[in-house]
Ligand binder design. Sequence first.
Ligand SMILES: O=C(O)CC[C@@H](O)C(=O)O
Ligand SMILES: [Zn+2]
Length: 472
Amino acid sequence: MPAQHHIEALITMLGPKGATTDPTDIAPHIKEWRGKYFGQTSLMVMPDSTVEAAQVVRYCNEHKIALVPQGGNTGVVGGSLPGLNGRDEVLISTKRMNSNIRVDAADYSVTVDAGCTVAAIQDAAKAANRLFPLSLASEGSCTAGGVVSTNAGGVHVVRYGTTRALTIGIEAILPDGEIYDSLSSLRKNNTGYALDQLFIGAEGTLGLVTKVAFRLFPPELERRTYWLAVDSPSDALELLASARTETADRVSVFEILPHAGLELVLTHIPGTINPLSKPYPWYILMEVATSSPDSGLRTKLEEWVASNMENHLIQDGAEAQSETQAKAFWKLRESMSEAQKHGGGSIKHDIAVPVSHVPAFITEATQTLEAAYPGCRVTPFGHLGDGNLHFNVLQPENANKEEFLAHWDSMNRLVHDIVTSHKGSISAEHGIGTMKKEELARLKNPAALTTMRCIKKALDPNNIMNPGVLFL
Ligand SMILES: O=C(O)CC[C@@H](O)C(=O)O
Ligand SMILES: [Zn+2]
């Protein structure tokens, strides 16, 4: 716990609205939403401006007080919780920095405070006839600062890229309290190192992101949503390639679900219905969208579906006939995480391999796990278009949940070794946090890891910014 006089100094600096020691206020901020991690802290600070945030960081650096930044607290790798493993850390929440969202329609950009939610940014863009394409299950709660710090992905990466691709400017407080400012709608800037990139995916270890400028796009005015049945992931990839070519690269969603995953959803999530009359091995949720409704997309897609049914790449399928039906298709995909909770213990792997390696990876990893953990139920789903699978593994039917979850680390190692043999990534979109730092140390290229450490040391010599994550 920071010394009492430091707690008092920070409370005096920020006033009663900007700092709290009340356990009831702090409680929702130290628990991970799935109940996997429980942190602790005696102080939460909530600056309401860049200047206040800079004062806090400067004070903490001078007195070597560790800070853990937090946005919407929607992470799944224990990356924004203070006090894990008994560490002594102050929580710095961006929740009061959420009042400014400025859309610049002419520049196709939006500039926001770090505490603004992704949903609020989407709404503001929409009101200005623009699209902010970042979309993920937690969008109602996750924040600009959080998605930048974790380089969040979501369901539109296949067309619009990850948060890294969407970020064009950043304001952040460096660990010494100085303000780094590249906040602008600029699209080209060749004036040395690409410093913004340091803060994207840094999980708060190099500073506190306080404002972000994001790229916007023309709105998706016509959107066609399909639920397609396919025989295999390799058939699905063939379809993706042809859909991209045939639609002038307008595929904005391409998600995969195995039959076992759909069964779990239909069994456990109320109000879900199977769009098709019989089971198939795999399903694809595909969306194709355009900003120009009279572009002939509809006819093009009708022809595309017909020819791929004829050549048996598509086994069966349905196109959403209304917004309600599109939502029903989406519910099947978005309920996967929730449905898995009902299936008992689920060991997660947020992995990516080059897109063309996905079929081989699934076969290899499934065979390896089924041999090593008889009865386990491999349920890979997710962002096929990006080569990013949530390669989640459910406990055998009727097994003991705790006993199964005890295999978390050993199973992760097996899967991550296969990922590495495909030159893939052990964290595609959820981050490293505290959960995967051993695996990062084991598998990241040693020269890359040394470079990361050098950067951390140069910017944060006192190791005050989120010291418990990324590095062992
Ligand atoms: O539950 C998971 O492992 C994945 C969560 C999320 O990234 C998703 O794509 O639904
Ligand atoms: Zn995902």
